[in-house]
Write a protein of this length. Sequence first.
Length: 366
Amino acid sequence: MNKIKVLHLFSSDTIGGAEKQTLLTAISFKELSQKFEPIVAAPKKSFLYEESKINGVEVKDFTCRGTFTPTGVVKLIKIIKKEKIKILHVHQGKLYWTALLMKLFFPDIKVVLHRRQDTRHKWYAKWHYKIADMTLTVSKVVKDNLIKYENAPINRVQVLYNAFDITKFERETDCSDIIKEYGLENKFVIGTVGAIVSLEGKGQQYLIEAISKLRKEYPNIVGLIVGDGSGKKLQQKYAKDLGVDDIVKFTGYQSNIPKFLKVMDIFCLLSCGSEGVGNVNLEAEFLKIPVITTNIGGIPETIKDGVTGFLIEPRNVDMIISSVKKLVENKEYAKNMGLEGHKFVKETFSKQKFVENLTNIYESIL
């Protein structure tokens, strides 16, 4: 039986959560689907293009500048026509109009839009969701707000939780080099992972402040901040101003996130602004690490408060401190929280479950 071809469309050449999820979607369907064949269209030499190719997913060059250009339209028409694409799955908001225009040239094509962030779009965005055959959101809160604020048709919006690839987290990993490099031996490590784009952003500054206040009571505490970005120097200065630059370690960008997570006793994602889901929380949970995270966006759907982690208010240093104390002073509670997190992620966010759910959605629009 010939498989139904699905084109996954992306035009950025960056490396972020959306690119990684698009890649994982394509790989998962390549490995597990009996009905749908994934093809990735992305800029040549981009992370998504190269990694798709390495993993045996068919790729097409979709290099174009701007959000809605004649070049992009022409390239997309050629790919759809040549490959006989039946479903166009769009993973970037800036490509929505380009994708929806394809319905003029290919009346039978089905267009699926993927919304990963809970952000307000311009007034004309509501037409995206009226024309598209289906819009997917990464969380219930994104879905609810899409319907409420952008008038998306309720019967054409569905929640699709991100896929989680457990294979790279199940491998045995030697972390001795990290422990040695950052002086973590016999230390209690509280860490975070994420882009450092400002003093607010992922909330690294609040972790730094919490560590400065916990230091006296818990002298073996260390902060590990994994990530890079334009706000890194500001955060480093903030740590120095608070007198904790000796125990707050900045690692810069790291490709092997599981390795760094495995040296942490507590993981924190303290986002202050928009957050679709917070995939790194799932990664920490799967690795049996208790999580402290903010109750914004879709994050509450990935954490069972008091069971797999703690949900706190953004910018609330006192709540960070009290959550840390509960875990430091009750090792059995912390251990059980880690076990519950592992179980929760494995049951809810597996690749198999993701492929099953998305297959059902694709079938519903054909």
